[in-house]
Design a protein around this ligand. Structure first.
Ligand code: NAD
Ligand code: MG
Length: 417
C-alpha cells in the first residue's frame, strides 16, 4: 500500500467535518417509505426500482424523472404506481401525457418540473441524474429536508461545501450511494474522525488496465464502454476507463468524511470486491466487501440503519480464489493525477475539472477525439482556467453553475467539431 496514489497535503485540508452522515431510522412509523427517483431511467434508477419491485410493501413511489425517454419513464411510472412522472425535455411532454392518460399519474416536463418533483414530500430522494445537470435537482432534494440517497457525485465534486451547508440548513440526511463511499461509511461506523489515518478507495482499473500508451491511443468508445466488472451509464463507464472516476470519488470522499485530502488514497483492485479500506490509528483496517453490483450500496442508502434484502449474488471467496491490489499508473492514466491536483487546489478547480471532463467524454463518445485526449483536454482546461482566475470566489450554487458554464465553453473551444 505504500505505493498507493495519495493526495498530497494541500490547501484543502480540514478535519472539522462530522463523521456520522445519517442520523435516524428512515421510516420511524414502520410504514412504507415514500421515495422519489431523479434519473429513474438510468443505471442507478433501474437498480433502485429493481429493489423497490422486490419489496413493493416497503415503498410508495412518489415521483420519477428522466431526461428524454418518455416511453420508458411511462412504463416505469405505471409499473411502480408512481404519482408523478417528469420528463426533462419538454418536446416529449405530449408523448408522456398521452402514455399516462387514464392512469391517474400526473405528467410534467422541463427542468423546473424536475426540481419541483425533488421537492415533493418524500422520505427519501434518490439523486441519480448524471453530471452537473443533477446539481439543481439534487440541491432541491436537500431542501426538501428528508433523506438524500446521493448517487450524483458531481454535486459534491462541484459544490461540496455549498451542498453540505444546504443539507445541514434543511435538516436533510445524506447517504452515499457510490459503492466506495457506502463502503467507507460502513467501515467508519462510530469511529471518531481523529482515529482515522487513511481512507483508501479501490478502482477496478477499467478495461485498459494493462494497455500501454500506444494501445490506449487507439481504443474505441465501444471498447471503453465494456467495463470488466460493473454495469453503469456511459459517462461513469468512460470515467472508470480513464480513472477520472476515482479522482472524482476522492473529491467526493473529501467532502463526505472527516479526513484531510492527504489522508485519501486510491489503489487498483481488479476484482472490485473490496470497495474501500479505512485504516485506523491502532493499525486496524476496516473494509466492506460485496459483489460489484450497485443494488447492495443502494439498498443500504434506502434502508439505513436497517438492511434491505437484495437478490444480489453472494460473494464466494473460495471460488474467487484471490484478491489483488496494485498502484495506479499516473503516467498511463493521468486523469487521476489531474483530479488529485484539482482537489489540492480547492475552490472552483473541481468544478472546472468536472465540466471539462464532461465535454471531453462526450467528444470521445462522438469520436471527435481519442481516448488519451480526454485527460489532456481536462488538464489544459484547468491550466487555462487557473490563469484566467476562474478558481476563485465560489460561494453559491449559481457561482458554481457559472464556472461550470465557462469551463464547458473553454473545453469546447479546445476540441474539434
Ligand atoms: P445514466 O446515464 O445511466 O442515467 C442518468 C439518468 O439521468 C437518466 O435517467 C437520464 O434520463 C437522466 N438525465 C440525464 N441528463 C439529464 C438532464 N440534463 N436533466 C435531467 N435528467 C437527466 O447514469 P448512471 O450510471 O445511472 O449514473 C447516475 C449518477 O450516479 C452519476 O452521477 C454517476 O456518477 C453516479 N454513479 C453511478 C454508478 C453506476 O453504477 N451507474 C455508480 C456510482 C455512482
Ligand atoms: Mg464508485
Amino acid at each position: 500500500m505504500a505505493e498507493a496514489v495519495s493526495v498530497s497535503n494541500g490547501a484543502a485540508d480540514r478535519k472539522d467535518r462530522p463523521g456520522d452522515l445519517a442520523r435516524a431510522a428512515l421510516s420511524a412509523s414502520g410504514g412504507p417509505v415514500r421515495i422519489s427517483i431523479l434519473g429513474a431511467t438510468g443505471s442507478i434508477g433501474k437498480s433502485t426500482l429493481d429493489l423497490v419491485g422486490h419489496h413493493p410493501e416497503k415503498f410508495d413511489v412518489v415521483a420519477l424523472t428522466a431526461q428524454c425517454n418518455a416511453r420508458r419513464l411511462a412504463e416505469l411510472a405505471i409499473t411502480h404506481r408512481a404519482k408523478i412522472a417528469v420528463i426533462g425535455e419538454e418536446a416529449h411532454y405530449d408523448e408522456l401525457k398521452s402514455l399516462l392518460s387514464g392512469t391517474g399519474i400526473r405528467a410534467a416536463a422541463g427542468a423546473a418540473a424536475i426540481e419541483a418533483a425533488a421537492l415533493e414530500p418524500a422520505d427519501c430522494v434518490m439523486a441519480a441524474i448524471v453530471g452537473a445537470a443533477g446539481l439543481r435537482p439534487t440541491f432541491a432534494a436537500a431542501r426538501q429536508g428528508s433523506r438524500v440517497a446521493l448517487a450524483n457525485k458531481e454535486c459534491l465534486v462541484c459544490a461540496g461545501d455549498i451542498f453540505l451547508r444546504e443539507v445541514e440548513q434543511h435538516g436533510a440526511e445524506l447517504l452515499p450511494v457510490d459503492s466506495e463511499h457506502s463502503a467507507a461509511f460502513q467501515s467508519i461506523g462510530q469511529t471518531p474522525g481523529r482515529s482515522i489515518e487513511k481512507i483508501i478507495l479501490t478502482a477496478s482499473g477499467g478495461p485498459f488496465r494493462t494497455f500501454d500508451k500506444e494501445r490506449l491511443s487507439r481504443v474505441t468508445p465501444e471498447e471503453a464502454l465494456k467495463h470488466p466488472n460493473w454495469s453503469m451509464g456511459a459517462k461513469v463507464t468512460i470515467d472508470s476507463a480513464t480513472l477520472m472516476n476515482k479522482g472524482l470519488e476522492l473529491i467526493e470522499a473529501f467532502h463526505l468524511f472527516p479526513v484531510g485530502a492527504h489522508q485519501l488514497e486510491a489503489i487498483v483492485h481488479p476484482q472490485s470486491v473490496v470497495h474501500c479500506l479505512v485504516m485506523l490509528e491502532d493499525g486496524s483496517v476496516m473494509a466492506q466487501l460485496s459483489q460489484p453490483d450497485m443494488r447492495t450500496p443502494i439498498a443500504l442508502a434506502l434502508a439505513w440503519p436497517e438492511r434491505l434484502a437484495t437478490p444480489v449474488s453472494r460473494l464466494d471467496l473460495v471460488t474467487l480464489g484471490s484478491l489483488s491490489f496494485e498502484a495506479p499508473d499516473l503516467d498511463r492514466f493521468p486523469a487521476l493525477g489531474t483530479a488529485i491536483e484539482a482537489l489540492r487546489r480547492g475552490g472552483a478547480a473541481p468544478a472546472v475539472l468536472n465540466a471539462a471532463n464532461e465535454i471531453a467524454v462526450t467528444a470521445f463518445l462522438e469520436r471527435r477525439i481519442g481516448f488519451l485526449e480526454i485527460a489532456s483536454t481536462v488538464a489544459s482546461c484547468l491550466e487555462k482556467a487557473e490563469a484566467g482566475g476562474l478558481f476563485n470566489g465560489v460561494d453559491t450554487l449559481d457561482d458554481v453553475l457559472a464556472v461550470d458554464g465557462e469551463a464547458r465553453n473553454m473545453a469546447r473551444m479546445m476540441l474539434p467539431g
